[in-house]
Design a protein. Structure first.
Length: 226
């Protein structure tokens, strides 16, 4: 008698159901990954506007919150010469927080270039939010680098009172400068004693409102303006 072979029945419905569940899960995951950034917060910027930083980061269209890498945003923003440091944080409910630290502007040259604390020279198409002096004369490369270093040692409150800086050497000092203050006084300084300008606000009450030349390069005396 011939042996009867029973054929196995393939359960198509459970298999199709499994594939459908996997497809749905993948779709949900993709939708989740494509969730857009809801809000962008910029902190620490004074020179660059929020919109400029957003353009630098190339996130104007509020891209996917999860697919957009923080490191990529930081790298793009850091390419701007004004940016010293940048840190990007992702917070709850699809919020991007971009913290920046900008280089401080020290002075402006006659050609309109603004000199930053890292010696970079940049241009700006609008007014700075704080005052900086103008360097009105040419100096040697060594004096230029030293001046950048010395100005950074000046207190912010005093630095913003300086309107112009001129190189005025004499027979005794080749590193002598004249600082024109915005209150009408003028201060003679040498690079080796440039930090003496930090005492300017302490000296002012002793002048009794008189205007003149303050010699801090030698002798520390005041000459009334004629």
């Amino acid at each position: 008698m011939a042996k009867v072979i029973k054929k196995k029945k393939i359960r198509i419905l459970p298999f199709l159901l499994f594939i459908l569940i996997i497809a749905i899960l993948v779709l949900i995951f993709e939708i989740f990954l494509d969730s857009k950034t809801k809000n962008i917060i910029i902190e620490g910027n004074d020179i660059l506007s929020d919109q400029q930083i957003i353009r630098l980061a190339e996130i104007e269209d509020y891209p996917s919150f999860y697919k957009t890498m923080s490191s990529s945003i930081e790298r793009k923003i850091k390419e701007n010469p004004w940016i010293k440091q940048v840190n990007v944080k992702k917070e709850f409910y699809h919020v991007l927080v971009i913290e920046v630290e900008e280089y401080k502007a020290l002075f402006e040259k006659n050609n309109g270039k603004i000199v930053l604390e890292n010696e970079e020279e940049v241009t700006l198409d609008r007014t700075l939010p704080y005052s900086i002096p103008r360097l009105t004369t040419e100096v040697s490369e060594d004096q230029y680098k030293s001046l950048i270093k010395k100005i950074q040692e000046v207190d912010e409150g005093v630095r913003q009172k300086i309107s112009e800086i001129s190189y005025v050497p004499n027979d005794y000092d080749k590193d002598r400068f004249l600082l024109y203050m915005d209150d009408g006084n003028s201060v003679y300084l040498t690079l080796t004693k440039f930090d003496m300008i930090n005492y300017y606000n302490d000296v002012l009450p002793q002048l009794d409102g008189r205007k003149g030349y303050l010699y801090l390069d030698s002798g520390n005396h005041f000459q009334i303006m004629q």
